[in-house]
Write a protein of this length. Structure first.
Lengths: 333, 333
């Protein structure tokens, strides 16, 4: 294992400390319990939004804390859910009196721990609503999941719900728009190489030199199939087809197309995938109105990528375009 | 070689096509000769700024084309300088009557080809000035370089010069501020793994499983030394010390600290490096006033990172903060 780390035990706390040092204008950090919170939280009268989950997927979620997006992020150990304690503390820290929305990726640990934290927060008088993101069309149940996994579509949920909270929507309204995004977003991934969890020290799975895994999870969980390496265009088609069929997306739809890197894939490859995915959608009469390309929901140093398609309506597009100021997504501010 | 590509010959053209498809609001692309240009170029009465070089370092340079930064970027083949033709065409395309600045990384091919293009442009009546970035303190002469190499500091030169052009500075003034940044910026890198050039199909060098290379170039050129893997804090110190000694940076200085990923390194590792570098600078009385962490000047899928320090004055800081709207760097717009 070759990594730019100190003690594997301290990867998350040191990375979070570095993040806080790099972005003092945006965030502050609670060290114990560990969470990242907007510098100006709580924002009086506005819905607070909290997300979180295992570390190793950066910039998800800490990179999306700031005006117009998340109010707090709760990083667990690498690929491991945070416990209820820091989720509860983060929830209280962002409660500006209008309630708090939890955006949870659909993994059993996350769902349980966010639920427990929500119950405890409610007992303390904080109104909490939760939405569960499950955009990955690759598999129904998985290693850590009942139902579909939540992957890169989470970023779109966080951005759009964050913008709704920022404009002053009520908790019900913010939860409703988050649910609408979840209902219309679909993703699928591919891995070329595994990632190495620091405290494990070994690759989480193995692939032959000419083999790739279609439908990989962001923790290296099994996908749909292992196949021989193919040209990028064929791989893009393999990922896009089940996405389009699932919703289904149809001719005349306006969409946001996201090509997300898993952490170890160069930008040229992401843009080559984007090129084919956009071309394929155009051939099907589906109009790419917005796009996002880069490393947003990663799996440490995994080489691979995912494609995400969100069916946009006018309100979602406007909320997507609204100003945002976070470490990883920033415009209009 | 496992990559998300089609024919290795088409990597650059397909990636640029994908880039254009993803960012139609920002850029358009000339396919032959190949260059990426601001959607609104030429901007009448303002200095145009052109950069470029071999591909494989994305988002450098295409990701920095847009209002407040570059007016055009000229991508050569992977790790190979573009020829004078596309540089000349890009130069003419961004000439709004106030002249054009070439920002060139110090590699022999780039320097020669930009020089030829500048001469041809001058013959066609376009006033051109050139600056050469040589921020890498690792080695004096290198595989493709007389003098120091230009690496991640280039991003800072492009941002600050771009902001000066945007506010309406003259060609002399834009060139002068670019030279001032070049005079005050220093960098050094480290590699854990090599990158694989698509048309070569094999790693550009080899490192043992427990070995890293200090002072690596962004094309995998030899650095200062190969050593056994160390804790991240020790590696950060090894890179930062020669940077600080070189300018030298001194107590009381205000700086921008950039930790740049080489393409294959997870964000947690970049922030762990940032944490130690910021701590070390603070110990030396050097004040980190601005920061930038992420993949900005890469070497395909190389695992590794670089540290860049820029001594800021008030004008540079204001130009750094000025609005920018590019694919890879965006704020205030």
């Amino acid at each position: 294992m070759k990594k730019l780390i100190n003690d594997p035990k301290n990867v998350v706390t040191e990375a979070v400390a570095g993040f806080a040092a790099a972005h003092p204008d945006l965030v502050r950090v609670s060290e114990d319990p560990l969470f990242i919170v907007r510098q100006d939280a709580p924002v009086a009268g506005k819905v607070g939004i909290v997300s979180g989950g295992g570390s190793g997927h950066e910039p998800l979620h800490g990179g999306f804390v700031g005006p117009g997006m998340l109010h707090a992020a709760v990083p667990g150990p690498v690929f491991t859910s945070p416990t209820p304690d820091p989720i509860l503390a983060a929830t209280k820290a962002v409660d500006g009196g209008a309630g708090v929305l939890h955006i949870v990726k659909n993994y059993t640990g996350d769902v349980l721990n966010f639920e427990t934290a929500a119950d405890l927060a409610a007992a303390d008088g904080v109104e909490v609503r939760s939405v569960v993101v499950n955009d990955d069309v690759a598999v129904k149940d998985s290693l850590y999941t009942a139902g579909r996994r939540g992957v890169a579509g989470t970023v779109l949920v966080e951005k759009i719900a964050g913008a709704a909270a920022e404009r002053g929507d009520s908790l019900d309204q913010v939860a409703a728009i988050a649910e609408r995004v979840i209902g219309q977003v679909r993703s699928m991934g591919v891995a070329l190489t595994p990632s190495v969890v620091p405290h494990a020290g070994e690759p989480s799975f193995t692939l032959e030199d000419d083999e790739i895994e279609i439908g990989i999870g962001i923790h290296g969980e099994p996908g749909r199939e292992r196949i021989k390496l193919e040209p990028a265009d064929a791989i893009a088609d393999r990922m896009l087809e089940p996405i389009v069929q699932d919703l289904p997306f149809a001719s005349g739809d306006k969409v946001l197309l996201m090509v997300n890197g898993m952490g170890g894939t160069p930008q040229v490859e992401l843009y080559i995938l984007f090129r084919r995915a956009a071309e394929s959608l155009a051939e099907q009469g589906i109009d790419v109105e917005r796009s996002l390309v880069g490393n947003f929901t990663t799996s440490l140093e995994m080489q691979g990528a995912s494609i995400t398609v969100l069916k946009l309506d006018d309100e979602m597009a406007a909320l997507w375009d609204a100003p945002v100021n976070t470490a990883a997504l920033r415009w209009g501010m």
